[in-house]
Design a protein around this ligand. Structure first.
Ligand code: PLP
Length: 235
Protein backbone atom coordinates (compact mmCIF):
# COMPACT_ATOMS: atom_id res chain seq x y z
CA UNK A 1 0.00 0.00 0.00
CA UNK A 2 2.65 2.46 1.10
CA UNK A 3 4.71 1.39 -1.88
CA UNK A 4 1.91 2.16 -4.33
CA UNK A 5 1.32 5.52 -2.61
CA UNK A 6 4.95 6.42 -3.10
CA UNK A 7 5.07 5.18 -6.67
CA UNK A 8 2.02 7.22 -7.71
CA UNK A 9 3.15 10.31 -5.82
CA UNK A 10 6.55 10.05 -7.50
CA UNK A 11 5.11 9.65 -11.00
CA UNK A 12 2.69 12.54 -10.56
CA UNK A 13 5.51 14.72 -9.23
CA UNK A 14 7.59 13.93 -12.32
CA UNK A 15 4.72 14.85 -14.61
CA UNK A 16 4.30 18.12 -12.73
CA UNK A 17 7.99 18.90 -13.15
CA UNK A 18 7.72 18.33 -16.89
CA UNK A 19 4.59 20.48 -17.02
CA UNK A 20 6.31 23.27 -15.13
CA UNK A 21 9.34 23.12 -17.39
CA UNK A 22 7.19 23.29 -20.54
CA UNK A 23 5.24 26.20 -19.05
CA UNK A 24 8.34 28.19 -18.17
CA UNK A 25 9.83 27.62 -21.62
CA UNK A 26 7.01 29.67 -23.09
CA UNK A 27 6.72 32.19 -20.25
CA UNK A 28 3.66 30.67 -18.62
CA UNK A 29 3.10 30.07 -14.91
CA UNK A 30 3.10 26.39 -13.90
CA UNK A 31 0.24 27.04 -11.48
CA UNK A 32 -1.98 28.03 -14.41
CA UNK A 33 -2.01 24.42 -15.56
CA UNK A 34 -4.11 21.81 -13.77
CA UNK A 35 -3.08 18.19 -13.90
CA UNK A 36 -6.14 15.99 -14.32
CA UNK A 37 -5.08 12.47 -13.38
CA UNK A 38 -7.03 10.17 -15.70
CA UNK A 39 -8.02 7.29 -13.46
CA UNK A 40 -10.47 5.49 -15.76
CA UNK A 41 -10.23 1.70 -15.51
CA UNK A 42 -7.83 1.97 -12.58
CA UNK A 43 -9.08 1.01 -9.13
CA UNK A 44 -10.42 3.54 -6.66
CA UNK A 45 -7.64 2.43 -4.32
CA UNK A 46 -5.15 4.10 -6.69
CA UNK A 47 -7.07 7.36 -6.48
CA UNK A 48 -7.12 7.13 -2.71
CA UNK A 49 -3.39 6.48 -2.71
CA UNK A 50 -2.56 9.36 -5.04
CA UNK A 51 -4.90 11.75 -3.23
CA UNK A 52 -2.62 11.44 -0.20
CA UNK A 53 0.05 13.34 -2.10
CA UNK A 54 -2.38 16.22 -2.69
CA UNK A 55 -3.61 15.38 -6.19
CA UNK A 56 -7.18 16.69 -6.35
CA UNK A 57 -8.38 16.42 -9.97
CA UNK A 58 -9.37 13.08 -11.51
CA UNK A 59 -10.69 12.27 -14.97
CA UNK A 60 -13.16 9.46 -15.65
CA UNK A 61 -14.71 8.26 -18.91
CA UNK A 62 -17.41 5.78 -17.96
CA UNK A 63 -20.51 6.84 -16.06
CA UNK A 64 -21.14 3.71 -13.96
CA UNK A 65 -17.51 3.31 -13.02
CA UNK A 66 -17.18 6.97 -12.10
CA UNK A 67 -20.30 6.91 -9.93
CA UNK A 68 -19.02 3.90 -8.03
CA UNK A 69 -15.71 5.59 -7.34
CA UNK A 70 -17.40 8.82 -6.26
CA UNK A 71 -19.39 6.87 -3.73
CA UNK A 72 -16.41 4.89 -2.42
CA UNK A 73 -14.25 8.00 -2.17
CA UNK A 74 -16.90 10.40 -0.89
CA UNK A 75 -14.86 11.00 2.26
CA UNK A 76 -12.14 12.69 0.16
CA UNK A 77 -12.34 16.21 -1.20
CA UNK A 78 -11.76 15.48 -4.90
CA UNK A 79 -12.63 17.27 -8.13
CA UNK A 80 -14.11 14.97 -10.75
CA UNK A 81 -13.86 15.56 -14.49
CA UNK A 82 -15.98 13.72 -17.01
CA UNK A 83 -13.83 13.28 -20.13
CA UNK A 84 -15.40 10.40 -22.07
CA UNK A 85 -18.05 10.05 -24.70
CA UNK A 86 -21.45 10.71 -23.13
CA UNK A 87 -24.87 9.78 -24.47
CA UNK A 88 -27.51 12.37 -23.68
CA UNK A 89 -29.67 9.77 -21.93
CA UNK A 90 -26.90 9.46 -19.33
CA UNK A 91 -26.57 13.20 -18.77
CA UNK A 92 -28.78 12.85 -15.69
CA UNK A 93 -26.02 10.93 -13.93
CA UNK A 94 -23.43 13.54 -14.77
CA UNK A 95 -25.04 16.98 -14.38
CA UNK A 96 -24.03 18.47 -11.05
CA UNK A 97 -21.83 15.51 -10.12
CA UNK A 98 -18.67 16.56 -11.98
CA UNK A 99 -16.75 19.80 -11.64
CA UNK A 100 -16.32 19.89 -15.41
CA UNK A 101 -17.61 17.93 -18.39
CA UNK A 102 -14.89 18.08 -21.06
CA UNK A 103 -16.67 16.13 -23.78
CA UNK A 104 -19.81 17.98 -24.84
CA UNK A 105 -20.14 17.30 -28.55
CA UNK A 106 -23.78 17.91 -29.46
CA UNK A 107 -26.66 20.27 -28.91
CA UNK A 108 -28.68 17.35 -27.60
CA UNK A 109 -26.13 16.54 -24.91
CA UNK A 110 -25.73 20.20 -23.90
CA UNK A 111 -29.49 20.50 -23.68
CA UNK A 112 -29.80 17.38 -21.53
CA UNK A 113 -27.09 18.60 -19.12
CA UNK A 114 -28.72 22.05 -19.00
CA UNK A 115 -32.15 20.63 -18.12
CA UNK A 116 -30.86 18.30 -15.42
CA UNK A 117 -28.66 21.00 -13.91
CA UNK A 118 -31.61 23.41 -13.74
CA UNK A 119 -33.72 20.75 -12.03
CA UNK A 120 -30.96 20.34 -9.46
CA UNK A 121 -30.47 24.06 -9.02
CA UNK A 122 -26.85 23.99 -10.20
CA UNK A 123 -24.86 25.25 -13.16
CA UNK A 124 -22.75 22.64 -14.90
CA UNK A 125 -19.41 23.84 -16.28
CA UNK A 126 -18.68 22.37 -19.69
CA UNK A 127 -16.16 22.38 -22.51
CA UNK A 128 -17.04 21.78 -26.14
CA UNK A 129 -14.97 18.96 -27.63
CA UNK A 130 -13.64 19.81 -31.07
CA UNK A 131 -12.33 17.30 -33.58
CA UNK A 132 -9.55 18.85 -35.62
CA UNK A 133 -7.77 16.07 -37.42
CA UNK A 134 -10.35 14.55 -39.67
CA UNK A 135 -11.84 11.10 -39.69
CA UNK A 136 -9.38 9.57 -37.24
CA UNK A 137 -11.26 11.01 -34.26
CA UNK A 138 -14.57 9.50 -33.39
CA UNK A 139 -15.88 12.19 -31.08
CA UNK A 140 -16.02 15.94 -31.14
CA UNK A 141 -17.65 18.54 -33.35
CA UNK A 142 -16.03 20.02 -36.42
CA UNK A 143 -14.75 23.56 -36.28
CA UNK A 144 -17.43 24.59 -38.78
CA UNK A 145 -20.16 23.62 -36.31
CA UNK A 146 -18.46 25.21 -33.29
CA UNK A 147 -19.62 28.86 -33.59
CA UNK A 148 -23.28 27.91 -33.97
CA UNK A 149 -23.27 25.36 -31.17
CA UNK A 150 -21.46 27.80 -28.88
CA UNK A 151 -24.17 30.41 -29.53
CA UNK A 152 -26.85 27.89 -28.61
CA UNK A 153 -25.06 26.76 -25.47
CA UNK A 154 -24.77 30.36 -24.29
CA UNK A 155 -28.57 30.46 -24.20
CA UNK A 156 -28.76 27.49 -21.81
CA UNK A 157 -28.75 28.70 -18.18
CA UNK A 158 -27.98 25.28 -16.73
CA UNK A 159 -24.60 25.03 -18.40
CA UNK A 160 -21.68 27.41 -18.49
CA UNK A 161 -19.22 27.21 -21.35
CA UNK A 162 -15.69 27.65 -19.97
CA UNK A 163 -13.55 26.54 -22.90
CA UNK A 164 -12.66 23.89 -25.46
CA UNK A 165 -11.23 20.38 -25.44
CA UNK A 166 -9.56 18.31 -28.14
CA UNK A 167 -7.98 14.90 -28.45
CA UNK A 168 -5.71 14.52 -31.46
CA UNK A 169 -5.24 11.10 -33.04
CA UNK A 170 -2.29 9.16 -31.68
CA UNK A 171 1.00 10.27 -33.22
CA UNK A 172 4.33 8.53 -32.62
CA UNK A 173 5.89 11.96 -32.59
CA UNK A 174 4.32 14.44 -30.12
CA UNK A 175 5.34 17.40 -32.27
CA UNK A 176 2.86 16.24 -34.90
CA UNK A 177 0.03 17.09 -32.51
CA UNK A 178 1.21 20.68 -32.07
CA UNK A 179 -0.76 22.15 -35.01
CA UNK A 180 -3.94 20.64 -33.55
CA UNK A 181 -3.27 22.34 -30.21
CA UNK A 182 -2.44 25.70 -31.71
CA UNK A 183 -5.58 25.50 -33.85
CA UNK A 184 -7.71 24.85 -30.77
CA UNK A 185 -6.24 27.90 -29.17
CA UNK A 186 -7.04 30.03 -32.22
CA UNK A 187 -10.60 28.74 -32.18
CA UNK A 188 -10.91 29.62 -28.50
CA UNK A 189 -9.65 33.15 -29.12
CA UNK A 190 -12.10 33.59 -32.01
CA UNK A 191 -14.95 32.25 -29.90
CA UNK A 192 -14.14 34.68 -27.08
CA UNK A 193 -14.53 37.55 -29.55
CA UNK A 194 -17.70 36.08 -31.03
CA UNK A 195 -19.36 35.52 -27.64
CA UNK A 196 -17.78 38.49 -25.91
CA UNK A 197 -17.03 36.15 -23.01
CA UNK A 198 -13.79 34.91 -21.50
CA UNK A 199 -13.23 31.20 -22.01
CA UNK A 200 -10.52 30.37 -19.49
CA UNK A 201 -9.89 26.73 -20.38
CA UNK A 202 -8.16 24.66 -23.01
CA UNK A 203 -8.20 20.96 -22.17
CA UNK A 204 -5.52 19.35 -24.29
CA UNK A 205 -2.53 17.08 -23.86
CA UNK A 206 -2.27 13.46 -22.72
CA UNK A 207 0.61 11.18 -21.77
CA UNK A 208 2.18 11.23 -25.22
CA UNK A 209 1.73 14.88 -26.17
CA UNK A 210 1.32 17.09 -23.12
CA UNK A 211 4.54 19.05 -23.66
CA UNK A 212 3.50 20.68 -26.96
CA UNK A 213 -0.04 21.07 -25.52
CA UNK A 214 1.24 23.13 -22.59
CA UNK A 215 3.50 25.15 -24.89
CA UNK A 216 0.42 25.94 -27.01
CA UNK A 217 -1.68 27.07 -24.05
CA UNK A 218 -3.31 24.08 -22.32
CA UNK A 219 -4.80 24.92 -18.91
CA UNK A 220 -5.98 21.36 -18.21
CA UNK A 221 -3.92 18.33 -19.18
CA UNK A 222 -5.43 14.85 -18.95
CA UNK A 223 -2.79 12.30 -18.07
CA UNK A 224 -3.45 8.65 -17.31
CA UNK A 225 -0.81 6.14 -18.38
CA UNK A 226 2.20 8.18 -17.31
CA UNK A 227 0.84 8.28 -13.73
CA UNK A 228 -1.08 5.05 -13.20
CA UNK A 229 0.61 2.78 -15.75
CA UNK A 230 -1.02 0.83 -18.56
CA UNK A 231 -4.80 0.63 -18.21
CA UNK A 232 -6.39 -2.76 -17.61
CA UNK A 233 -8.85 -3.71 -20.36
CA UNK A 234 -12.46 -2.63 -20.00
CA UNK A 235 -14.65 -5.58 -19.03
C1 PLP B 1 -7.95 7.99 -21.52
C2 PLP B 1 -7.96 9.42 -21.86
C3 PLP B 1 -6.86 10.25 -21.54
C4 PLP B 1 -5.58 9.75 -20.89
O1 PLP B 1 -4.76 9.14 -21.85
P1 PLP B 1 -3.25 8.69 -21.49
O2 PLP B 1 -2.63 8.50 -22.82
O3 PLP B 1 -3.35 7.45 -20.70
O4 PLP B 1 -2.62 9.78 -20.73
C5 PLP B 1 -6.98 11.59 -21.82
N1 PLP B 1 -8.08 12.11 -22.39
C6 PLP B 1 -9.14 11.35 -22.73
C7 PLP B 1 -10.31 11.98 -23.36
C8 PLP B 1 -9.10 9.99 -22.49
O5 PLP B 1 -10.16 9.24 -22.84
Amino acid sequence: MIERNNELAERAAQVKEDLAEAARRVGRLPEDITLVAVSKLHPGSDIRALAQSGQVDYGESYVQEAMGKQEDLADLDLRWHFIGGLQSNKAKFVAGNFALVHSVDSRKLAQALHKKALERGVVQDILLQVSLAGEVQKSGITEEVLPGLADEVMEMDGVRLVGLMTMPPFFDEPELARPVFSRLRQLKDALERQLDTALPHLSMGMTGDFVPAVEEGATLVRIGTRIFGVRPPRV
